[in-house]
Ligand binder design. Sequence first.
Ligand SMILES: [Zn+2]
Length: 344
Amino acid sequence: MKERLMELKHEALEKVTHATDVKGLQDVRVQYLGKKGPITEVLRGMGKLSAEERPVIGQLANEVREEIANAIEQKQANLEAAALEKQLEDETIDVTLPGRPVQQGGRHLLTNIIEEIEDLFIGMGFEVAEGPEVETDYYNFEALNLPKGHPARDMQDSFYITEELLMRTHTSPVQARSMEKHEGKGPVKVICPGKVYRRDTDDATHSHQFTQIEGLLVDEHVRMSDLKGVLNAFAKQMFGEEREIRLRPSFFPFTEPSVEMDISCKMCGGEGCSVCKGTGWIEILGAGMVHPNVLEMAGYDSNKYTGFAFGMGPERIAMLKYGIDDIRHFYTNDVRFLNQFHKA
Ligand SMILES: [Zn+2]
């Protein structure tokens, strides 16, 4: 009987070890520990045993039952833990999955050009000054030697808000405001970037809204040669050391004398080509010595103070620098165009 019990124990434990799921384990339980199982059967046959043997076999049978039951319980816990682990593994979210790319914006080409120009003049000691885009007739025209009825006003037709208020046609009013702030005492060294507005019909070279950067220097003993030196330094840094500049006489109401500045054509090196229309030169900006009337109106003694001013269009600079053929590209927000000029 003792051997029979040990045999049953061995068999049952073997089956427990090899059980692969909870159901198989239940089968082992029913088979060995159930009411009709072999161990129960052994216990039933105990009546045939002697009084000495009975408690020994009884104890052994209980021990075997317990051992098998423990083994089943242990195995069941293991199987359940393994099942849970497998489930967790199956349901794991793979956090290494690549994310959806985020469309990264960038700065507009004009912003970059304006900042490049600003940096260049800041390097020469200028300060950046800004002013309102809705401007009074006084600052936009009168303070710049363009009294009411002046024929040169026709070149700068604007959008009027009232008789006396308009969208500024140039950034020159910022110069007038900057001078006024100094109350007749120099020096003034500012560059004024910003948006300006004119009643133009949009085409490849005109836009009703565009940008300007103007510069102004007022001090004692400022000469035309100072203007030329500053513009020459600007042209070489912006377009390359090999570029030459030339000044041509021109007219602006707020400067006297006035000039247009050209730079030598990069495409042909001055020989003449289609880009420079055969002249070897490309017009870049307008400039001149500040008109005495403008100085006086801003409170400066024009016998003591002189100054120069210049103005350019960042669009034109960008078009020349990058070979852009239509000013409207800057404003129509076509990302195929804009993406080409994104800086990291
Ligand atoms: Zn050329």
